[in-house]
Design a protein around this ligand. Structure first.
Ligand code: URP
Ligand code: ZN
Ligand code: ZN
Length: 464
């Protein structure tokens, strides 16, 4: 059935105006004032509401075997949580371990999502080793529509690649015209510091941050930038958490390195004192890079406002408290990660736009448009335009509420932002024209989410 969203205020990365939006066959077919309503059209009133392009989370983990366990979500649970929070497209990290076959893993990850997601999705393919078979496999994966890679400079012997493997991955990415996303922490230093702290009897979650200090992340970011510069590849730093790493990325950008920066929700709002709480209360907040000293938050917000931070993702990676307790005797056993897929949009809107002076267009850019452009989804996603997918968030800026572990929808037993106030939430969320959410409730259909095939969208180096 056609859908008309009437009388809303459309806000994109560069425009703000009042108009109606008419949707037919999953796409936006008209935008204008007082549009004619053909018989049989469903009408949604958006008077007093903002209409944003569907938000894109460029960094999530849904199916993830990691640290001796599995992240808790499934596509059914994560996609519903995402949609209720206004995220209509997620890009999941497909993360085989070094011992897994990359191609088999890629199809396994796709299988986890196929027919089970309520929202659209894509993948970044993690390259966790580079041997004789890797190149052909990666070519097949890119040809299948997964046109971005992921490397880990951390997690030694599990996901981590060495410098030679990073070089080979970047060379291939440059040849294929795909972007490489990177977790930038020095694996060797983390491993040495972990061993030292444990040998000194420092076993609690409060030691997680000192085992991966800011310098370790700055080194990883600098090294990644140097490798990008040398190979000419295009890169994207994931979950950048601190000022020294930010300075490294900004300096690289300034000298012409093709590098973009993502920071993730927890680093804007939570600091390392959360992980210093006693026992499992602290373990809830163990992620990597770790929650940092609070002084970094102002630097991240400023960089988000100025555009030095390109995107805001979540690094959604939920575990239950029982899983967190796997690290009760040693912080190195605490599964790294926390949920956030549902909370990102409302929290950045509240603490950024409403309370922090973040420009509304930059908000849309950082949480939707820029990711669409960087990862080959634009203009199908990431904006509101005739011909684009009708992924829309009718947003109620008058809503007032608070987040709660009792009501959050990710499939784990705590919300990392329990008690945080929100000023605004999605009122109606559509996925390709289908209403999936009304006022905090999933009212739609499971399984309609599509795998988004992306083409390499960078200048490729055919010389190889
Ligand atoms: O702590 C985190 N970030 N867990 C998920 C894996 C990763 O490094 O992104
Ligand atoms: Zn990571
Ligand atoms: Zn991650």
């Amino acid at each position: 059935m056609p859908l008309l969203i009437r009388d809303g205020e459309i806000v994109t990365a560069d425009q703000r105006y009042h108009a109606d939006i008419y949707i037919e066959n999953e796409t936006i077919t008209a935008i204008g004032k007082d549009l004619h309503v053909p018989a049989g059209t469903e009408v949604v009133s958006a008077a007093g509401k903002l209409i944003f392009p569907g938000f894109i989370d460029p960094h999530v983990h849904i199916y993830l075997p990691f640290m001796g366990t599995f992240a808790k979500d499934t596509y059914e649970t994560a996609s519903v949580a995402a949609l209720v929070g206004g995220t209509t497209t997620s890009i999941e990290m497909c993360c085989p371990s070094r011992n897994d076959d990359p191609l088999d893993s890629y199809y396994l990850w796709k299988q986890q999502a196929a027919g089970r997601s309520a929202s659209d999705y894509a993948f970044h393919m993690a390259v966790t080793r580079f041997d004789e078979s890797t190149e052909a496999q990666l070519r097949e994966i890119v040809a299948d529509g997964t046109a971005s890679f992921k490397i880990f400079l951390s997690y030694k012997n599990f996901f981590g690649v060495d410098d030679g493997e990073m070089y080979q991955t970047l060379r291939l990415a440059k040849e294929l015209g795909v972007i490489v996303t990177a977790h930038c922490e020095n694996a060797e230093l983390v491993s040495r510091l972990q061993q030292r702290l444990l040998s000194e009897g420092k076993t609690g979650p409060e030691w997680h941050e000192p085992s991966r200090p800011e310098t370790v992340e700055a080194e990883g970011t600098t090294r990644f930038a140097t490798f990008l510069e040398t190979t000419g590849a295009t890169g994207y730093v994931v979950h950048l958490s601190c000022e020294p790493a930010l300075k490294a990325a900004v300096a690289a950008k300034a000298r012409g390195v093709k590098i973009s920066v993502e920071s993730v929700l927890p680093h804007f709002l939570l600091d390392k004192t959360y992980a210093e709480r006693e026992g499992v209360e602290g373990m809830k907040f163990v992620m990597s890079p770790p929650l940092r000293d609070q002084r970094n938050q102002a630097a991240l917000w400023d960089a988000l406002k100025s555009g030095e931070i390109d995107t805001v993702g979540t690094d959604h990676c939920p575990f239950d408290l029982e899983q967190k307790l796997m690290g009760k005797d040693a912080f190195t056993g605490i599964p790294n990660g926390m949920p956030g897929i549902e909370e990102r949009v409302n929290l950045i809107y509240t603490y950024g736009v409403k309370r922090g002076g973040l420009d509304l267009h930059r908000f849309v850019d950082a949480l939707s448009t820029r990711a669409a452009k960087l990862f080959g989804l634009y203009p199908r996603k990431g904006t509101i335009a005739v011909g684009g997918d009708a992924d829309l968030v009718v947003y109620d800026p008058g809503y007032r509420g608070a987040l709660s572990s009792a009501t959050h929808l990710a499939n784990n037993d705590y919300c990392a932002f329990d008690g945080f106030e929100i000023e605004g939430r999605p009122s109606v969320v559509t996925v390709r024209g289908k209403i999936q959410v009304r006022d905090g409730v999933f009212v739609g259909e499971q399984g309609i989410g599509q795998f988004l095939r992306r083409k390499p969208n960078l200048e490729a180096d055919h010389a190889g």
